[in-house]
Design a protein around this ligand. Structure first.
Ligand code: ZN
Ligand code: ZN
Ligand code: FE
Length: 759
């Protein structure tokens, strides 16, 4: 007979792990207990024969529940007499001894629960928040560890005797499921006017579905925040929504009733279908089909549309009584603010935007936006890594010497904790430009530290002295006596890519809109040599610098970029005057721009995004950036069906890829060739040119790997052409798979930079 204590770390609370331990202990005739710990781990005590213990440990690894992730199993033999007469699930302990465990992300409704939702004879028939050990909210309801009902916002709903009996029954799927609830004891749902006045209804969810189909705008409270919902086959609600949300062009995500409905308006590959139906249920950017019949106001000027499938019982029920194939389901957040999560906040902020509210009375502990993905062929690319993924860690091959909290950059931000070989990336935070988002970021960081039981050694942030996140990092470093590590934006992007693939040396092409360079200049089209061996990152090449006429205005009005580039070579006055309706102050503004351009001394940038902006303006694809990346996204959509008609050879001058000539060629051929072909030719020029430069630098430095990072790496044409060029040269080409190539991946990059490159 032996007595052993087993400590397990990983994602093991909230995934049916203790019931599983109970079953394999019973199967192996072991006595003792299992309990959840305050560090999100599990402690098991076993008494029995050595053979039984070994068989238990084998079962532990091989038969774990589908959502569980085991990181470590620590087994210690204990002395003393056997004390236990059976095996029990003990009350949880608050003790937090180990670190690195975490609770799971929110999980979409499972197949079993969906069946029960639809079964008239089931006590949870039609219950909108039906869940079990395999599904339901986790991250968004937890307030503190361990993951027990009283530590979640489900504590406001004591279980009825029926739910309690299932909760206590080892043979039941809901044995120890903390979110178990039914119509009798669980959260309730109700419909109100935009002022919050109750509208009595037998069936508020289906009623809300009908209202949306009829053209009303309804705010719907979900797991991680509010969505604003509207019909997709009518224009009026979307016109109204765009007006009140001050969102002129930014695409809206939609939720479709089922996969068949999606196939009626978008192309869906088998891989995309799999991703759509996965338990993460991300928004997937799908190519609009040729007979796309939904409103053009959903994703204006883009070839694709973001679609997700329902992920709670409530979502499924919305579609029951109507014919609408899909609803707009956009995160309810005012400009530059986090997604709305509290009822009072919703009434105040959304009351003048929506016609009705569909509330439920469970509090949301943590906001969490939907995730967004796209596929490049078979490869998945994160646009936003949030619900369904956060806070599950990225597992690295090596352990970092110190624990680093990283606060990211400014736009599309996330936070990250690097602890040993695990990087816990937060949900989407948004643009950290004001108090609300800064507080959100601060709270998320605190919560992540607590959830993972981390002892932070260092805080990492951007190099930009004026970013809110940089100031927050400074404050935290001073307050907690943490080391402060500032990481150049594009170094962070490339460090992220290297860590994701465990690469010691890489020449990284990093293309995005803007990052503060080590020389204080505006970077964004950089080739960076990163080396773990020499602990060094340096810029080895970049795009030609182009003038930003009017500074920040040039990033908002792409014609300014085009004017600045073209004016170096040709007379553009006439062309600009032809486009004067796109200048806020008409011809006066044009004259001023030309004067500024001729005078020189403008701020300059090597940003790839700004060159794409200029091209978008030259081709008439986009004249104003109303959301981040708009001109570049519309240019990609335009280029998708194009051919390389210009066949330009990259002009490389030393370590610089010339962009002026290419923009000029596109400009001069704009009457001769189709827009799609010119847009495509420009993509090819930039991708080939950057790849050629990167290959050159790789050969010079004896590096075998070229990587591609930054927001532009979500562009499919760029990635494809660059891959072809790099692989043809016999080098390995790598892109992001686990974190977003855009700024949602910067916190991860800063953390690994701090953990592996900085001592
Ligand atoms: Zn379920
Ligand atoms: Zn109940
Ligand atoms: Fe970036």
């Amino acid at each position: 007979m032996v007595r052993v204590k087993v400590r397990v770390t990983g994602i093991i609370q909230g995934v049916g792990f203790r019931p599983f331990i109970y079953r394999i202990a019973a199967k192996n005739s072991l006595k003792g207990y299992v309990r959840n710990m305050g560090d999100a781990g599990v402690e098991i005590l076993l008494e029995g024969t050595e053979k039984a213990v070994n068989s238990f440990l084998k079962d532990l690894k091989e038969k774990k529940p589908p959502l569980a992730q085991i990181h470590e199993v620590i087994t210690v033999e204990l002395g003393g007499e056997n004390e236990y007469t059976d095996f029990k699930i003990y009350e949880s302990s608050k003790k937090a001894e180990l670190s690195g465990s975490v609770i799971p992300p929110d999980i979409a409704i499972c197949g079993e629960c969906l069946k029960e939702l639809r079964n008239k004879d089931n006590p949870r028939y039609d219950y909108f928040f039906i869940t079990c050990t395999d599904c339901g909210p986790r991250y968004t309801i937890i307030e503190r560890l361990p993951y027990d009902r009283e530590n979640t916002t489900m504590r406001d709903f004591p279980m009825c005797s029926f739910c309690q009996s299932e909760y206590a029954d080892p043979s039941n799927r809901r044995f120890h499921a903390q979110t178990v609830a039914c119509p009798k004891c669980g959260p309730k749902v109700y419909l109100t006017t935009c002022k919050g006045e109750l509208i009595p209804s037998e069936d508020p969810i289906r009623e809300a579905g009908k209202l949306i189909a009829e053209g009303f705008i309804v705010a719907i409270k979900g797991y991680g925040g509010f969505h604003v919902a509207a019909a997709t086959t009518r224009d009026e609600p979307l016109v109204r929504l765009r007006q009140v949300k001050h969102r002129r062009q930014k695409p809206f995500a939609i939720m479709a009733r089922d996969l068949e409905a999606i196939k009626s308006f978008a192309e869906v590959s088998p891989k995309e279908a799999e991703l759509l139906a996965s338990y993460m249920r991300p928004i997937v950017l799908l190519k609009k089909s040729s007979n796309f019949y939904l409103s053009d106001l959903i994703a204006p000027g883009l070839h694709n549309v973001g679609v997700m499938l329902p992920y709670t019982g409530l979502h499924y029920m919305l579609f029951d009584s109507i014919d609408e194939p899909a609803f707009v389901m956009t995160s309810a957040n005012p400009p530059n603010q986090p997604i709305v999560k509290d009822d009072g906040e919703a009434l105040k902020i959304l009351g003048n935007i929506v016609d009705y509210f569909l509330f439920h009375n469970r509090r949301i502990a943590h906001r969490c936006d939907d995730s967004v993905m796209r596929l490049h062929g078979e490869k998945q690319v994160f646009v936003r890594r949030s619900r369904g993924y956060a806070p599950a860690p990225i597992i690295l091959t090596e352990k970092a010497g110190k624990c680093v909290l990283a606060l990211g950059g400014e736009l599309n931000n996330t936070a990250c904790i690097l602890l040993g070989n695990k990087a816990f990336i937060s949900q989407h935070i948004g643009d950290v430009e004001n108090v609300e988002t800064r507080d959100f970021l601060g709270n998320v960081a605190k919560h992540l530290i607590h959830l993972t039981n981390s002892k932070v050694d260092a805080v990492a942030c951007d190099l930009h002295p004026k970013f809110t996140t940089t100031r927050l990092a400074h404050d935290l470093a001073t307050l907690n006596h943490w080391q402060l590590i500032q990481v150049q934006h594009h170094f962070a992007h490339v460090a992220a890519l290297m860590a994701e693939h465990n690469i010691a040396e890489m020449v990284g092409v990093c293309c995005d809109g803007y990052g503060y360079g080590v020389d204080g200049e505006a970077w964004g089209g950089e080739i960076i040599l990163g080396s773990r061996n020499s602990l060094e990152f340096k810029r080895v090449a970049h795009l030609e610098k182009q003038p930003l006429i009017g500074g920040d205005l040039a990033a908002i009005y792409p014609l300014r970029m085009a004017a600045g580039i073209l004016n170096k070579k040709v007379h553009v006055e006439e062309w600009l005057i032809q486009n004067k309706q796109h200048f806020r102050h008409g011809e006066n503004e044009i004259q001023l721009i030309l004067q500024q351009s001729n005078r020189g001394r403008n701020f300059e940038t090597s940003s790839c995004g700004r060159v794409l902006d200029a091209l978008a303006a030259v081709l008439g694809v986009c004249y104003e950036r109303t959301y981040e990346g708009e001109p570049a996204m519309k240019l990609e959509s335009t280029a998708l069906e194009g051919k390389d008609v210009l066949k330009l050879n990259p002009i490389i001058e030393g370590d610089i890829l010339n962009t002026t000539e290419m923009v000029l060629q596109v400009f001069e051929n704009r009457e001769k060739h189709a827009m799609a072909d010119l847009a495509f030719s420009a993509h090819v020029y930039l991708a080939k040119g950057l790849a050629t430069l990167a290959i050159e630098k790789a050969l010079e430095n004896d590096v075998k790997v070229v990587g591609f990072s930054g927001g532009v790496a979500s562009n499919e044409i760029f990635t494809r052409v660059m891959r072809e060029t790099v692989e043809a040269a016999g080098l390995r080409f790598l892109v992001h798979e686990a974190v977003p190539p855009g700024d949602g991946g910067v916190s991860f990059g800063q953390a690994v930079f701090g953990g592996f490159f900085q001592f």
